[in-house]
Design a binder for this molecule. Structure first.
Ligand SMILES: Cc1ncc(COP(=O)(O)O)c(C=O)c1O
Length: 357
């Protein structure tokens, strides 16, 4: 059997992306050109929102969305305790307080009851994280918080995922996407904010470009969080292939589920939803042994993500037993649109040794 190393993720980029990037290079207009708008139009159409503003990363998308909502000192924003740290960091970097809430360790998603219990008169927003591409149960979330609390989506892992038919990124007041190479669509690094609200979109565009407004004034300082044309060019053919990429991921997830569902806790979406399959994250008791053992045989597995209260920046909050359980048991298996069935076989065979009775 082939024993070549198996990478955690390998982006599905090829001739179309190469040609699109080459075309931008040939024009000499590497940034602030028309390909940015082309990429933005394709994203807005894929998500079904009126606007999509391309930015330099998913983290920048979260930061700008929160700033555009005028969230700042004195405000509280509810964030799951189990997520990639950028979700909470963006809140803190606006000067607001990230209030962590526990997650359901089986789904990895914030518990609606815990969200309801965390609401105070200072709560301005909830960042709903569709972690690993699994859609948040939106109606449950809406009923957990008062109407004036803004619902923002961290859809970094969820381009193409759907909650009861509605695309993630179109559920909240704004959706924050990431195009890191482990994501469904990649531009190397990159992100976007999707929204139906014209004023929010304008505020984000102003803040990503130093604070310049369309009239040429600068009411407050901003950032350089732009995504250049040369990277947007990589994204245009990727978004055009979104359905193909999602189907390829669904197929790989299916291969894993067939082989593993009797052995470990496997990820699933709720019936009627569409999982985005950004990652395929199983849970098992002997996670650390499995991670080390797989790596020893050249299989690049990884932990799921982080329990934020176990990081110094957020260690004043807790306990969060659900997040602890997820953090200790979650194992991300090699997964991307390019993963082959033979690779899935090898990973599953390697993993079987660590499945306790
Ligand atoms: C849930 C979540 N939010 C935010 C981010 C940040 O995205 P980026 O790496 O593009 O800044 C990530 C990236 O891994 C993520 O998984």
């Amino acid at each position: 059997m082939n024993d070549a190393p198996i990478r955690l993720a390998r982006p599905d980029v090829g001739e179309a992306e190469l040609a699109a990037v080459a075309e931008v290079i040939a024009t000499g207009q590497l940034t602030m050109g028309t390909v940015v708008e082309e990429f933005e139009r394709s994203l807005a159409s894929a998500v079904g929102t009126s606007h999509a503003a391309a930015v330099s990363s998913g983290t920048a998308a979260l930061h700008l969305a929160l700033l555009a909502l005028e969230i700042g000192p004195g405000d509280e924003v509810i964030v799951p305790a189990y997520t990639f740290p950028a979700t909470a960091n963006a809140v803190r970097l606006c000067g607001a307080t990230a209030v962590l809430v526990d997650v359901d360790p089986d789904t990895f998603l914030a518990d609606a009851g815990a969200i309801a219990a965390a609401v105070t008169e200072r709560t301005r927003a909830v960042v709903a994280v569709h972690l690993f591409g699994r859609p948040v149960q939106w109606v449950e979330l809406q009923t957990a918080v008062p109407q004036e609390v803004v619902l923002l989506e961290d859809a970094a892992a969820a381009l193409g995922a759907r909650y009861r038919g509605t695309p993630c990124g179109a559920l909240g007041v704004a959706g924050c996407l990431s195009f890191h190479p482990r994501k469904i669509v990649t531009t190397g690094e990159g992100g976007a904010v999707t929204t139906d609200e014209e004023s929010l979109d304008q505020a984000i565009r102003t803040l990503r470009h130093h604070g310049w407004t369309r009239s040429g004034d600068m009411p407050r300082p901003g950032f350089n969080y732009r995504l250049p044309d040369v990277l947007c060019a990589l994204g245009v053919p990727q978004v055009a292939r979104l359905e193909e990429l999602l189907r390829a991921r669904e197929q790989v997830a299916g291969w894993y589920t067939e082989r593993l569902e009797e052995l470990v806790l496997v990820p699933r979406a709720v019936e009627g939803d569409r999982h985005g399959w950004q990652a395929y994250v199983v849970q098992l008791d002997r996670r650390d042994e499995a991670l080390a053992g797989l790596r020893e045989v050249g299989i690049e597995a990884q932990i799921g993500t982080y329990a934020l209260h176990r990081l110094e920046a957020y260690s004043s909050q807790g306990p969060f037993p659900g997040a602890d359980r997820a953090f200790e048991r979650a194992l991300a298996l090699p997964f991307s649109a390019t993963t082959t069935e033979e690779q899935v076989d090898r990973v599953c065979q390697g993993l079987t040794r660590y499945v306790s009775e």
